[in-house]
Design a protein around this ligand. Structure first.
Ligand SMILES: NC(=O)c1ccc[n+]([C@@H]2O[C@H](COP(=O)([O-])OP(=O)(O)OC[C@H]3O[C@@H](n4cnc5c(N)ncnc54)[C@H](OP(=O)(O)O)[C@@H]3O)[C@@H](O)[C@H]2O)c1
Length: 223
């Protein structure tokens, strides 16, 4: 039973929703935040740990007693094009190393559709899709119980989600379409609750034409 679930990047627009969704279930979220990060009022009472990804000792301390980690960090758009390398590759690697050292065996990583693709306009921001794949590969090779969630273009829409289904596929099968961050957050929690998602890269977009359904059913037939 996964009880204490850390969420890194919990001040981000996907990360805070992951923490909110965890609070709806039998989970005890712990927010991993940069010293300057700001979280919404809905999370003000939740356990918060302030740590830099560049601080391995601090990272390990922040993960003590944790059963699983959801990595929702991501380089913010910036003129500093080294962000994707620092955050999406090395920052993910450091979180994985800390999990290995502390004994956190379950990790869900929020990556991106088209991770690993060279010819893509998103790469004008610091080759982000290549660095995201480096982060994914580090997790795949970690020996941990991992799941990679690759969402399409993210939106902040909160309306109409109860009737909107998630289109789940295996890797490199979707290259466009979008998904609200709230649904991505639910996908992360559902992956944690679904052992069959371990060792899988799962691409997620959403559509009003897709009937809602459980991940466990959807995994049958996904390559
Ligand atoms: N935007 C899209 O359409 C899209 C599509 C597919 C996938 N994605 C990926 O999905 C994930 C979530 O995206 P989002 O737009 O919801 O996130 P976001 O709002 O941009 O939040 C990013 C989070 O990462 C944290 N972060 C950034 N740099 C950091 C660092 N050096 N050390 C520690 N934490 C750091 C931020 O902390 P602060 O609050 O302190 O800055 C924030 O909590 C990201 O990995 C993103 O690349 C995005």
């Amino acid at each position: 039973m996964l009880t204490t679930v850390a969420v890194s990047g919990a001040s981000g627009k996907t990360g805070f929703r992951v923490a909110e969704e965890l609070l709806k279930g039998p989970f005890n979220p712990r927010l991993l935040l940069q010293p300057s990060s700001v979280v919404p009022p809905s999370l003000s009472e939740v356990d918060q740990r302030r740590v830099r990804l560049s601080d391995p000792v601090g990272l390990e301390a922040s993960l003590q007693g944790v059963d699983a980690l959801v990595i929702a960090t991501g380089a913010r758009p910036s003129v500093d094009l080294s962000g994707p390398m620092r955050v999406d590759a090395w920052g993910v690697q450091r979180q994985i190393t800390a999990c290995q050292r502390v004994g956190v065996s379950r990790v869900v990583l929020v990556s991106s559709l088209c991770a690993g693709r060279l010819r893509h306009p998103l790469n004008f921001f610091g080759l982000i899709l290549l660095w995201k794949r480096v982060g994914e590969r580090a997790l795949e090779r970690s020996g941990l119980d991992w799941t990679v969630i690759r969402p399409g273009g993210l939106s902040e829409r909160e309306e109409g989600l109860e009737t909107e289904g998630v289109v789940w596929t295996g890797p490199d099968q979707q290259d466009s379409a979008s998904i609200p961050r709230r649904l991505v957050a639910r996908c992360c929690v559902e992956a944690l609750e679904t052992p069959e998602s371990i060792g899988r890269i799962l691409e997620v977009t959403s559509s009003a034409q897709q009937p809602p359904g459980a991940l466990q059913e959807r995994l049958t037939g996904i390559e």
